[in-house]
Design a protein around this ligand. Structure first.
Ligand code: BV8
Length: 269
């Protein structure tokens, strides 16, 4: 059942079929799969869509091992630029809502494709970074990992062993670390509900995780400003900005009584 909702401002309208709402309120194990869309309202551009960074930059040259081999300086210029943007950005109400959901469930995990570190800055602890983190770099020869508090200064940075450092992210054509994929698949298959927020769901294996939840009888709730590859599989798609929808959706699920007082007309539906 998908509800086509115009772009929602604040909490003026959000109605969820009783059956789904009931299941959401009884769920004990949950996960949230996030993509670039959840950080859009923090001012971090998404990849696809209007103004997406892939419009300006060719990811085959910048987010692949081959691209790094060919021109490591160009690749670092790009990651340095993104670090500077991400440093300026702040978590938004969608990140904060997800951080607040963690202790409500017996099992909970944020499965993020984002390398921006925003979920941790918002207070989430149970985070699986599927594609790595821009605030770490590692030696391209011996794998030594260095944490970065600030954007890199000298580019390309060099390891004390003399080899080039590379961003500690997963590039296209590279496998996700086994432990990361295993724990993400575990979390997805054990979830009573997976919220899928701000992703176009076209990059694999991340895009396959909601299907794992669905195949195990779990609910898939999509939050996006538009339809995606996943909408056909979702039990419910809520169309609107994550920073506006997530707080309302969560208060409807977790504090029905408070929601009733705050939104009496809606909740009765
Ligand atoms: C691998 C880190 C083994 C670096 C990234 C099966 C089928 C087809 C292809 C493949 C396949 N299996 C493997 C592949 C190849 C490839 C792949 O999936 N290609 C795609 C393009 C088809 N996958 C891989 O290479 C993976 N490795 O599989 O290894 C292997 C290898 C080779 C061949 C076979 C097997 C590694 C993938 C990881 C790559 N690294 N990032 C960096 O960031 O620099 S991926 C990067 O792009 C992001 O991490 C993210 O995953 C993806 C972008 O997607 P989104 O985050 O969803 O962002 P997007 O802009 O697309 O969408 C934003 C959405 O938000 C939109 O829907 C928009 O409407 C919405 N939105 C916007 N604003 C808001 C909003 N929603 C709500 N509120 C708002 N305000």
């Amino acid at each position: 059942m998908r509800l086509k909702m115009p772009c929602i401002t604040g909490s003026d309208r959000l109605s969820i079929p009783e059956g789904i709402l009931d299941k959401l309120r009884r769920a004990r194990r949950a996960s949230v799969l996030t993509g670039a869309g959840i950080s859009a309202e923090s001012g971090i551009p998404t990849f696809r869509g209007a103004g997406g960074i892939w419009e300006k930059y060719d990811f085959t040259k910048l987010a692949t091992p081959e691209g790094f081999k060919e021109d490591p300086r160009l690749v670092w210029e790009w990651y340095q630029l993104r670090q500077r943007e991400m440093k300026k950005a702040k978590p938004n109400p969608a990140h904060e809502t997800i951080a607040g959901m963690e202790d409500h469930f017996d099992e909970f995990a944020v499965l993020t494709q984002n390398i921006d570190g925003m979920h941790r800055r918002a207070g989430s602890r149970k985070i699986i970074e599927l594609h790595g983190n821009i605030w770490r770099m590692r030696c391209s020869r011996d794998g030594t990992v260095i944490d970065l508090g600030d954007p890199v200064e000298e580019i390309p940075p060099v390891c004390q062993c003399g080899s080039l450092m590379r961003p500690d992210v997963v590039w296209f054509g590279e496998q996700l670390p086994h432990d990361v994929l295993d724990s993400a698949s575990q979390a997805a298959s054990r979830s009573d509900v997976m919220f899928v927020v701000g992703t176009s769901a076209v990059v694999y294996p991340a895009a396959a995780l909601p299907i794992l939840t669905k195949n195990r009888g779990g609910l898939v709730i999509e939050v996006n400003i538009e339809k995606t590859e996943l909408s056909a599989y979702a039990d419910l798609s809520l169309f609107g900005r994550a920073g506006e929808l997530m707080p309302v959706l969560w208060s409807l699920i977790a504090q029905p009584e408070r929601f009733m007082t705050e939104h009496p007309i809606i909740a009765k539906r």
